[in-house]
Write a protein that binds this ligand. Structure first.
Ligand code: 13P
Length: 249
């Protein structure tokens, strides 16, 4: 059984005081049981206060990016070991915004994935097609290639707790979602790819999220699908009320 994982990607939002206030509000809104894994990914600047405010809860904290080296002359970068040292558990890599605006490539995503695993952190690897690629009928091919390249050289025994997020680019921040049927189909194909690249057993363990305009109103339709194990939520993760409703789908 794969434990559902709902993660909030705050992107470049929230001052530290707002971040702490969010966690304070979220805590009493969460379900008593821990049947859903909850992750908050604040900007780097808010990691420390969010980690502090989440102490004693089962909310995990993730970063939104990382460099692959351990230390050195890499101005402006943060290493996996630094994140680990702070108490970070997860790290989003390969988000389409980073691929489009900050030069992330399949190769750097692969380096980041390896570095995170070596440091004992869990990568949330984002993949997904653009509108143009979707209209050309290339969704499966694009996702397959991104997954395969992200995992190059990673041993199956190290890959079981990796998380993949399928985020069709045209659905991010647009209010348009993939239909749950289409998302299931792509995600099932991603799982097949994982089985080929790693093996069947590990592919059965890896959690695959859907992301792109997830809201309290549509989360249940995704979560009822066989291969969809959670969501990576942007806009709707910025308010404690809507994020808690998504967690309680
Ligand atoms: P939205 O939920 O705002 O569409 O963003 C999705 C996303 O990019 C999460 O990483």
């Amino acid at each position: 059984m794969r434990k559902p994982i709902i993660a909030g990607n705050w992107k470049m939002n929230k001052m530290n005081s707002e971040a702490v206030q969010f966690i304070k509000e979220l805590k009493p809104l969460l379900p008593e049981d821990d049947s859903v894994e909850k992750v908050i990914c604040p900007p780097f600047t808010a990691l420390a206060p969010v980690i502090e405010e989440c102490r004693g809860t089962d909310i995990k904290v993730g970063a939104q990016n990382v460099h692959w080296e351990e230390s050195g002359a890499f101005t402006g970068e943060v290493s996996p070991q630094m994140l680990k040292d702070m108490g970070v558990t997860y790290c989003i890599i390969g988000h389409s915004e980073r691929r489009a605006m900050f030069g992330d490539t399949d190769e750097t995503v692969n380096k980041k994935a390896k570095a995170l695993l070596a440091a004992g952190l869990i990568p949330i690897i984002c993949v997904g097609e653009s509108l143009e690629q979707k209209e050309a009928g290339n969704t499966f091919k694009v996702c397959e290639s991104q997954v395969q390249k992200a995992l190059e050289g990673i041993e199956p025994r190290d890959a079981g707790n990796i998380v993949i997020a399928y985020e069709p680019i045209w659905a991010i921040g647009t209010g348009k979602t993939a239909s749950s049927e289409d998302a299931q189909e792509v995600i099932a194909h991603i799982r097949k790819t994982l089985a080929r690249v790693l093996n069947e057993e590990v592919a059965g363990k890896i959690r695959i999220q859907y992301g792109g305009s997830v809201k309290p109103e549509n989360i249940a339709s995704f979560m009822e699908k066989e291969d969809i194990d959670g969501a990576l939520v942007g806009g709707a993760s910025l308010k404690s009320q809507s994020f808690s409703e998504i967690i309680k789908y």
